[in-house]
Design a protein around this ligand. Structure first.
Ligand SMILES: Nc1nc2c(ncn2[C@@H]2O[C@H](COP(=O)(O)OP(=O)(O)OP(=O)(O)O)[C@@H](O)[C@H]2O)c(=O)[nH]1
Ligand SMILES: C=C(OP(=O)(O)O)C(=O)O
Length: 233
């Protein structure tokens, strides 16, 4: 049985967000053709700053836990905030699914009544309205598909859904929908640009609105090397 949507105070259960973030060196490999390593690191940091700041500004999000194998990079990349914790991913929990599972264990142990919002750190158009849309459905499991409708960029779990197995990776949406159904009800799907556009490829960059493209270019620009600004199309 799933926990009620509202707490004993009648207020909606707040959510703790878990954001997996690899490091500043090994990710965004699909952009390697367009961006040298230093700019890819700056891109990862710029995207993560945006996602974390948006989560912290959104109604209904109590705190943000970033799970990473590289806490030095992440501490440097993110602005400190009393509601932000950077957790080192233990080697016993490898990979993306290991990172989010570790985050879930922390949330269930420390704040068992919270809803859990797992959301990727590479969503350049994410807004507080998108976060509100993810938190709105009453379903035990809410999913934010990617723009191809094949992957998953966000998973919102209510308490009582600990049997849900995270299955991020290529084609994860079908697996996550199946997981929700095996818990007893279909997942709610939230399809919005802000949750759907993760920046993995040149085509993803092209799908972004011009102002978003502009602040991303500014974020990755290395101050002493203006030439590199032309790297992305
Ligand atoms: N902590 C942690 N986060 C990860 C890991 N792998 C991916 N992520 C994060 O999960 C989210 C989705 O990542 P992906 O798009 O699958 O991978 P990516 O590193 O961004 O890019 P690619 O190299 O193109 O696959 C991003 O926020 C990544 O930083 C991992 O092994 N550990
Ligand atoms: C990790 C996923 O996708 P991507 O690597 O494209 O971000 C996913 O959709 O589960």
């Amino acid at each position: 049985m799933t926990a009620p949507l509202t707490s004993v105070t009648g207020q909606p259960n707040l959510a703790t967000a878990v954001v997996p973030l690899r490091d500043g060196r090994t990710g965004k490999t699909r952009l390697a053709e367009h961006l040298p390593a230093r700019e890819r690191g700056r891109l990862v940091a710029t995207l993560a700053r945006h996602v974390v700041a948006t989560l912290l500004a959104a109604d209904g999000v109590r705190r943000v836990l970033v799970v990473t194998a590289d806490p030095v990079f992440v501490t440097d990349a993110l602005e400190a905030d009393p509601r932000l914790e950077i957790l080192t991913q233990p080697s016993a929990h490898p990979g993306l699914n290991g990172a989010v599972e570790f985050g879930r264990e922390q949330v269930r142990r420390r704040w068992p009544g919270d809803r859990l919002l797992v959301i990727h750190a590479d969503l350049p158009a994410l807004s507080t309205a998108d976060v509100a849309a993810l938190l709105a459905p009453a379903a035990p499991v809410t999913l934010g598909p990617d723009r191809a409708g094949l992957g998953t960029n966000a998973v919102l779990l209510r308490p009582g859904t600990d049997a849900f197995t995270f299955a991020f990776g290529e084609g994860s949406l079908a697996r996550h929908r199946h997981e929700a159904e095996s818990l007893g009800s279909p997942a709610a799907l939230v399809r919005r640009d802000g949750t759907a556009i993760d920046l993995d490829t040149e085509a993803d960059f092209g799908a972004l609105a011009p102002p978003v493209q502009e602040w991303l270019r500014a974020g990755i620009a290395v101050p002493d090397d203006g030439q590199r600004l032309r790297a992305l199309p």
